[in-house]
Ligand binder design. Structure first.
Ligand code: 5AD
Ligand code: SF4
Length: 457
């Protein structure tokens, strides 16, 4: 019987992508990759270091695996991957001796060798930024594995960050910006689409700074999107996450001209006061961000925006926080993530003596999240009565339903007999509940679904 491997991922979408690549590696080594932790012969925790809570999760989770054994009765092999692995290395094994190996995000192509060393009783730690490109060494996913993951896929095109925002660990855990070559990305995208993928989300810690090699020249993210758009069968392209200062004119124009690029943009500003932005080393003002949003909206009027915010950055006054509330009101987000500032070891902001009190952070977060939730509800409500193209992704939670996504990433539920997974169907939105939309097909349904409704209905 095959040995069983279980991978649990925390944090961002890039970790989700990395987990799929690790799973492909393990399958090539003869493992069955399973969704159930119990009885696993190998467990990999793919960790996140972005905030203290995320980083601490790994240690409480590791406690669970102390006495674990695989189906064969041998002790479960426990590995720590991801950004905590990169940031803490050896320290993880010192703190939790149950851990058998540690592997960073740039060296997981060496997983098979590390597993063999760990099985032999060594406790290898590999947090190198190797000279070789891990993507040249990773196992390719099988067609079956791709199909099993569904009709949407992530594809990492850029890693690392050179921006050094004062709060952020990413430049340390993921290293300097590196862009994958265009040909390598096109190859991977074609394999995904061949196996049934209809939507690809291009990932990078600073994805719009992408500058990959293309036949001896540097291609921008807009160039890459155009190249990907030529793949027949690929219907939708998204990218995340972006820095305002890398939002080039060609990328703004792509939102106007490139039909396959979805009108939804995650463009974090983090805070609304210029003095906070300066202290965060964001290298732009609030006004510059608002002006940029205006230009993007001029190019693509129906674009929906999403963002990230940090409250309680060191030195943030009550007035500074009000400026964050104000920029949220000015921009109007379809959705946004917001966090209390969490001091991270090794980052400049963690050294500051003017940290904001926890209670103050909590209060600010609550107010900000209230405002964001209100905007999100408003955005979702405004979709009722519209017709939207929906990519059907999977069976809904309730029987007789299929669920897909609108261009704005909202889950949309329709009667199951009204379409097939992988299709993009036109849906008249009839109702909204929380973040979900409900509707019926408005384009020639092949079934007995209710008649089409017009956009004006
Ligand atoms: N504390 C709180 N939030 C943070 N983020 C990044 N670093 C920190 C930190 N130290 C947030 C930012 C970023 C998102 C991924 O996480 O808003 O955009
Ligand atoms: Fe977490 Fe950042 Fe690492 Fe993603 S890149 S896992 S968000 S620390």
């Amino acid at each position: 019987m095959n040995k069983r491997a279980f991978i649990k991922s925390y944090g961002c979408q890039m970790n989700v992508y990395d987990a799929t690549r690790m799973a492909d590696q393990l399958r090539a080594e003869g493992y069955a990759v399973v969704d159930e932790a119990d009885g696993a012969d190998l467990v990999i925790l793919n960790t996140c270091h972005i905030r203290e809570k995320a980083a601490e999760k790994v240690y409480s989770e590791l406690g669970r695996w102390k006495g674990a054994r695989g189906a064969s009765g041998a002790p479960t092999l426990v590995g720590v991957a991801g950004c905590v692995a990169q940031a803490e290395g050896e320290e993880i094994i010192r703190r939790q001796p149950r851990v058998d190996f540690v592997v960073g995000p740039q060296s997981y192509h060496r997983l098979p060798g590390l597993i063999r060393e760990a099985e032999a009783g060594a406790k290898p730690v590999d947090t190198d930024f190797p000279a070789e490109d891990k993507f040249d060494h990773l196992a390719r996913p099988t067609r079956r594995a791709i199909t099993a993951r569904g009709v949407t896929a992530f594809l990492t095109v850029q890693e690392g960050c050179d921006k050094f925002c004062a709060f952020c660990v990413v430049p340390y855990t993921r290293g300097a910006e590196v862009s994958r070559p265009v040909a390598q990305i096109l190859d991977e995208a074609k394999a995904l689409v061949d196996a049934g993928v209809r939507e690809i989300t291009l990932l990078g810690q600073n994805v719009n700074a992408y500058h990959g090699e293309d036949k001896g020249r540097a291609a921008s993210l807009a160039d890459l999107v155009d190249r990907l758009a030529t793949i027949d069968g690929l219907a939708r392209i998204r990218f995340t996450t972006s820095h305002p200062n890398d939002m080039g004119e060609d990328l703004i124009a792509a939102h106007r001209d490139q039909e396959k690029l979805m009108p939804y943009l995650h463009l974090p500003v983090q805070a609304g006061a210029d003095r906070t932005l300066k202290a965060m080393n964001r290298k732009h003002t609030a006004a510059a961000y608002v002006e940029l949003i205006e230009r993007i909206r001029a190019a693509r009027p129906d674009i929906a925006l999403s963002g990230d915010f940090i409250v309680g950055f060191p030195g943030e006054s009550a007035d500074d926080f009000e400026a964050t509330m104000e920029i949220v009101r000015t921009v109007g987000y379809a959705s946004a993530y917001s966090f209390k500032y969490s001091p991270r070891p090794g980052t400049p902001a963690a050294e500051r003596t003017d940290q904001v009190a926890e209670a103050e952070k909590s209060e600010r977060l609550q107010r900000l999240q209230g405002l964001i939730a209100e905007q999100q509800r408003g955005f979702n409500r405004a979709c009722v009565g519209r017709t939207l193209p929906v990519l059907l992704e999977k069976a809904g939670k309730r029987e007789g339903q299929l669920v897909g996504r609108s261009p704005y990433l909202q889950p949309v539920h329709i009667p199951a007999d009204a379409g097939v997974i992988g299709d993009i169907v036109t849906v008249a939105i009839t109702a909204q509940e929380g973040n979900s939309l409900f509707g019926v097909r408005a384009d020639a349904p092949e079934t007995g679904a209710p008649p089409a409704r017009s956009e004006a209905a």
